[in-house]
Design a protein around this ligand. Sequence first.
Ligand SMILES: [Zn+2]
Length: 105
Amino acid sequence: MLYADENSADELEAIHAQRLDVDLEMAEMNAAADAWHAVRDRGYCNHGSAAGHRSRPGQLICTAGCSTVFANDEDWYAQLDDPMANPVPLPGHPAHTPAAAAASQ
Ligand SMILES: [Zn+2]
């Protein structure tokens, strides 16, 4: 919607700025995706998604594979930012199968 004090040049500028934001966002997302895969390739959860914990309001539960329960949003964001600070093995990941464990011994 256009407001009375806006003109098409303003609108065009807004569209251009938005495209630039999207490009930067894509570059950031690609870098983040690389880090994401590095963590998951090593068999650890990066807690990429979480949902409200039904029985404990305020808490979140990881829905990206490990079901870790986070105390609150901040706790989740902290572990999302640096999943290897407190690595949680992904259940069923090949890196953690008995065969892989035997091979590493
Ligand atoms: Zn997780």
